[in-house]
Design a protein around this ligand. Structure first.
Ligand SMILES: NC(=O)c1ccc[n+]([C@@H]2O[C@H](COP(=O)([O-])OP(=O)(O)OC[C@H]3O[C@@H](n4cnc5c(N)ncnc54)[C@H](OP(=O)(O)O)[C@@H]3O)[C@@H](O)[C@H]2O)c1
Length: 261
């Protein structure tokens, strides 16, 4: 018998509660569907797309899962605090946070206004900070939690015009490591996933411009290529993974030196 012991949730038989930001569309919607299929009670956060958010909730309910949609801007501190309070009051616990909401607003640095720079950082970096800070008391009380932040391959291979976006995601990876260090002994795991090119509303115009899969590189990813990794990091099985950024890009980072775009 080995002496290995995992830090499990105090009561791993009750349904776990997850907050997923940006759950109305793209990668976040796939994460909501997957976590719900895994038995988690999903609280989906959207900003504008109410119809899309409701559709994701209806699909989950039709499949026998649990999901509720909340409108909140992750860049708005009072809104984030109210959101987390609402979920905690309704559920009595918060086990999983997926910081997935994000925006892209590409411009060459010389043409980037301070306002645009700050808005990208506000949503992509300050948003996760606000959510992490708001859920930590519940996770610390439980002695168990999973925080999964969504970064991007753009940190390592930014395209032209992506300085603000790549800087915000680089910040998310640093936030992940810093918080992982702070809470590592409290049963909370904080990790990052860094997708490559995934076909969503965010990347539709780029995909159209590039005209389909690049013969020298991997195929475009699907939201479901990322959601399984998020679900794993949200599970008990990820107990020994902490402060990491895990890339899901079909091999784009390793294939790029061969000359892909
Ligand atoms: N697609 C890719 O190739 C790719 C690659 C690497 C990383 N990522 C990252 O993956 C995450 C999801 O990307 P995606 O492609 O699925 O994006 P998407 O299809 O454009 O969806 C973005 C989601 O974020 C929500 N959102 C945006 N700003 C928000 C705010 N201020 N407050 C609350 N919610 C907000 C949107 O809500 P509404 O629907 O209400 O507008 C939507 O649900 C992002 O963090 C992105 O940076 C994407």
């Amino acid at each position: 018998m080995s002496g290995v012991s995992r830090v499990s949730a105090p009561d791993a038989t009750t349904d776990r509660v997850a907050i997923v930001t940006g759950g109305s569309r793209g990668i976040g919607a796939a994460v909501c569907r997957r976590l719900a299929a895994d038995g988690l009670r999903v609280h989906l956060v959207y900003r504008d797309a109410e119809g899309a958010a409701k559709q994701v909730v209806e699909e989950i309910l039709a499949d026998g899962g649990h999901a509720v949609a909340h409108r909140a801007d992750v860049a708005d501190e009072p809104a984030v605090e109210e959101l987390v309070r609402t979920v905690a009051d309704a559920e009595g616990a918060i086990h999983v946070l997926v910081n997935n909401a994000g925006v892209i607003d590409d411009h060459l640095l010389m043409l980037t206004s301070t306002e645009r720079w700050e808005q990208v950082l506000r949503v992509n970096l300050t948003g996760p900070f606000l959510l992490c800070r708001a859920v930590l008391p519940a996770m610390l009380d439980q002695g168990w939690g999973r925080i999964i932040n969504v970064s991007s391959n753009s940190v390592r291979i930014p395209g032209a015009g992506q300085t603000a976006y790549a800087a915000s995601k680089g910040g998310v990876e640093a936030l992940t490591r810093g918080l992982a260090m702070e809470v590592g002994r409290k049963g909370i795991r904080v990790n990052c996933v860094a997708p490559g090119r995934v076909r969503t509303d965010m990347t539709g115009p780029v995909a159209d411009k590039l005209g389909g899969d690049d013969a020298a590189g991997p195929r475009w990813g699907l939201p479901e290529d990322v959601s399984g990794l998020v679900a794993f990091l949200a599970s008990d099985e990820a107990d020994y993974i902490q402060g990491q950024t895990i890339t899901a890009d079909g091999g784009r980072l390793v294939m790029r030196p061969r000359g892909s775009k």
